[in-house]
Structures are given as C-alpha cells and as structure tokens.
Design a protein around this ligand. Structure first.
Ligand code: GDP
Length: 441
C-alpha cells in the first residue's frame, strides 16, 4: 500500500431513543401554541380588547403601560392606553396616536397565544389574509352598543367573516363587546348571539364551533377576570381567555403525518454545520429520525434539535423548531420546502382544484400561487363554477368570469410541480395584488 486511503464520507449515525413523542408531550409541561386573527367592524373595540389581554396577561410591563397611558391622555383618547399597534398605520396617525406596542404575544399557564394580524387599520384586508392563513381560530369583536351592532353587521364584519371562512378557519370566538354601554342587558346579548349565529352559519360555520362571551374591553370585564357590574351576574359562562384556551384545534394536528415548512436554512455553524428552522404544522419528530425533504425527495438525519431555544429530544405540531441535520447536501434545502416523514410523504403536484373567495374579477389568467412562504407562478386554467356561500353547492356552472365577492371553484395550474396538499390555505395574486384566497380541497 502507498499509505493513501480513498476518502469516503461516512454517514453520521445517531441512535434514536424511540420515544413515544405524544406521551412525552402530554407528560411535559409544554404549553400549547395557538394563533388567532382578530376581525370585526372598525371601532368595535378590537384594539382595546387586544390591548387589555396583553396588559392583563403581563405581556406589557407596568412602566411601559404607564408611559402609553400618559401619551394617550395627552392626545385625549384615554382608552388608547390599551390599544396596540404592530406597526403604526395611517389611521392611528390620523387619530394622533403615537403609541407603538410592539408585541403580539401573550400567554397563560396553559397556552402561548400569537395574534397574527394588526387590527385597527382601515385597509387591513391584506394583513388579514396573511394572518388568516396562519390562524387556528378567529376572534370576532362585535359592538353591542345600540344601533352599532346592526350597522356593523352590514359592513366589515360580514366581509371579514367570509374571508376567514374561505381560508378554512373553522372556529370563531365572538366577543360581544361594550356590554357596559347597554347596562349588561341579557336580552341584548341574546339577540346578538341569535343574529350572529344565524349570520355565521349562513356563511358556512358550524354552530358547534361558535362561542359567545359578553364583555367590555374598556373596563376589562369578563376578559381575564369576571365583571363586577351588578347587572352582569346573569352570565356565569367562561371568560374570554378561557374560551380562547379551549378554542385551539391543536391536538388534532399531532396525530397527523409530519409536516414542517422550512423557514430558514443556516449553514456554517461549528458544531452544527447545517440547520433548518420552521413551525411544525402537523405531526411530531425526534432526534435520530430520518426525514424527507420535498420537492427534492432527498432524505436527511436529525442529529439534534431545539424548541424555544432549548435543546430537546423531540418536537410536536405548533412548536417552532430548529433541526440540526446531517447526511444531506445543503443544495436540497430551501426556504418554503416541506419536511415530512418518509413513510407518509407529501406529494408534488402541478395542478389543483380549489374553492376561493374572489376579491377581483377572475377569469382564465396568470396568477402567482402563495402558500405560506412558498410561491410559484401559474394560471387559473378553468372556472368550474360559482358557489352558494352557505351550502357550497354550484350556483352557476362554467361562468365566463367570476365577480369580486363571489365564492367559486377554480382549477389552477402551476409552472412546475410543488409539494402541496389539502387542506392548504392559498392566496392567488396577480399584478401585485390579491385576487382570491381559499382552501385547497
Ligand atoms: P377598533 O377600531 O375595533 O380597533 O376599536 P378601538 O379599540 O379603537 O375602539 C373604538 C372606540 O370604542 C374607542 O373610543 C374605545 O374607547 C371604545 N371602546 C372600546 N371598547 C369599549 C368598551 O368595552 N366599552 C366602551 N364603552 N367603549 C369601548
């Protein structure tokens, strides 16, 4: 021998602990994670209510709160001590509001909540679409004030409810707000509950997925503590926060096959030369697992992982995870790719049929298909029919054009195959604006 050995790269081996991850998860004190989107008419009290949740659950410290209160008093709008804005929109500026509470997260003993949009903007439909595409449920804020509820129902409430429904959001927590303005009238609450129920079921929601809580965001009544108003004693149901805690459909996703959408790919770490991060959409994984990356179809080994910045042996749906990988060429990993289990992989598809809510006129046309971070160019190739909003039955077959505000079934073809499966929330865009949003079925 000349003493020179052929260099072969030995595959990394990691022994799996073969954990029952679901059992580990139940044993652990892991908090559940839930994302929600806030909808409702302008001035219904969405900002005030969310600010109240953030303040009551200590997402905002007292000093910051006091600062906001002082600033709000200066501009003469007291309740804005509780109003929050993720980014200051023109509406807030017009009102002279200068506060900026840069958080959208709060937590209880059981659950970590993320509010996935910024309410309060007059033009927040684009934000809401992005928000709704990640939402586990929606919070609909209704103004119980006399006359206001009726006018709100005609306006944005309707539009928003339809939008979140068309994106596949199934649960709605209805905060019947400003109950202080109607002296906590039970009759008023019952009337609103009845009308909103029938409106939402017509929009396609199932009544078992709706809950109603009478509250006052301004006074903090029935949000995280029970109202002390003597007229409010008739309500003995759950507080708003308790309803939020039971509204996330999170456990269902645990038993489904593994799906993780890659957010970022990190290279060059000393200990971990190749890592990916992302939220686990469904299923679970553990150290030692072999995973499949789509669309490339390449496999990789999970060497180690982290959840919430801490090393862990496993991770489950709803958690954000960082996976340190081995035995794969980084060229096969891109943001937007899907990590799955080799036994139940996601398929690459090139065309799909979907039910969408049209925001613009739809016809056979070029569109960009967006699903989370994945986007790909394609076209609407066929208009199958317009649909009845409540029953989903075909209202008109093969229309030439679908007008805005209509729900329709369309066939979309993409320029090349991508990993996509039902149920996926998708957004269709053309010339820089959203033309439709819906659920791949
Ligand atoms: P948004 O447009 O839905 O975000 O509504 P805001 O949170 O900005 O509230 C609109 C107005 O309603 C503000 O003047 C608030 O002070 C007021 N408001 C909000 N919640 C309540 C409430 O529970 N009771 C009363 N009386 N007023 C409220």
């Amino acid at each position: 021998s000349n003493g020179i050995k052929a260099m072969t790269v030995e595959p990394v081996k990691v022994k799996s602990k073969n954990l029952d991850v679901l059992a580990e998860y139940k044993k652990s004190k892991q908090k559940k994670a839930a994302n929600f989107v806030v909808i409702g008419h302008v001035d219904a009290g969405k900002s005030t209510l969310m600010g109240r949740l953030l303040a009551d659950l200590n997402a905002i410290d007292q000093r910051t709160m006091d600062k906001y209160r002082r600033e709000a008093e200066k501009v003469g709008k007291g309740s804005f001590a509780f109003a929050w804005v993720l980014d200051q929109g023109s509406e807030e500026r017009a009102r002279g509001v200068t506060i900026d509470i840069a958080t959208n997260k709060f937590e209880t003993d059981k659950t970590r909540f993320t509010i996935v949009d910024a309410p309060g903007h007059r033009d927040f439909i684009p934000n809401m679409i992005a928000g709704a595409s990640q939402a586990d449920f929606a919070v609909l804020v209704i103004d119980a004030g006399t006359g206001n509820f009726e006018s709100g129902l005609k306006g944005q409430t309707k539009e928003h409810a339809l939008l979140v429904r068309s994106m596949g959001v199934q649960k709605v927590v209805v905060a019947v707000n400003k109950m202080d303005m109607v002296s906590w009238s039970k009759d008023r609450f019952d009337e609103i509950e009845q009308q909103i129920s029938s409106f939402l079921t017509t929009a396609g929601f199932q009544s078992k997925n709706l809950s109603f809580v009478p509250c006052s965001g301004y006074h903090g009544d029935n949000i995280t503590t029970r109202s002390k108003d003597k007229n409010a004693t008739w309500y003995t149901g759950p507080l708003l926060i308790e309803t939020l805690e039971t509204s996330e459909p999170f456990l269902h996703a645990l038993n489904k096959p593994l799906r993780l959408t890659i957010g970022d790919v990190f290279r060059g770490g000393v200990q971990n030369p190749l890592s990916i991060s992302g939220r686990i959409d469904s299923g679970s994984l553990q150290v030692g697992d072999s995973i499949l990356i789509m669309p490339s179809g390449e496999s990789a080994l999970i060497k180690s992982l982290e959840t919430d910045g801490e090393p862990s042996d496993w991770a489950v749906a709803g958690q954000n995870a960082v996976l340190h990988l081995a035995n794969i060429d980084p060229a096969h990993l891109r943001s937007g790719d899907i990590v799955c289990n080799p036994q139940s992989p996601i398929q690459n598809i090139q065309s799909f049929t979907t039910k969408v809510l049209a925001f613009d006129h739809l016809m056979p046309m070029q569109v960009d298909v967006h699903r989370g971070r994945l986007h790909i160019s394609g076209r609407i190739s066929r208009l199958v029919g317009t649909l009845d909003k409540s029953t989903g039955a075909i209202a008109k077959k093969r229309p030439k054009i679908v007008p805005p505000g209509t729900v329709a079934r369309v066939v979309v073809e993409m320029d090349h195959p991508v990993p996509l499966e039902a149920p996926a929330r998708i957004v269709l865009r053309a010339a820089g604006s959203t033309v439709a949003a819906g659920l791949l079925e």
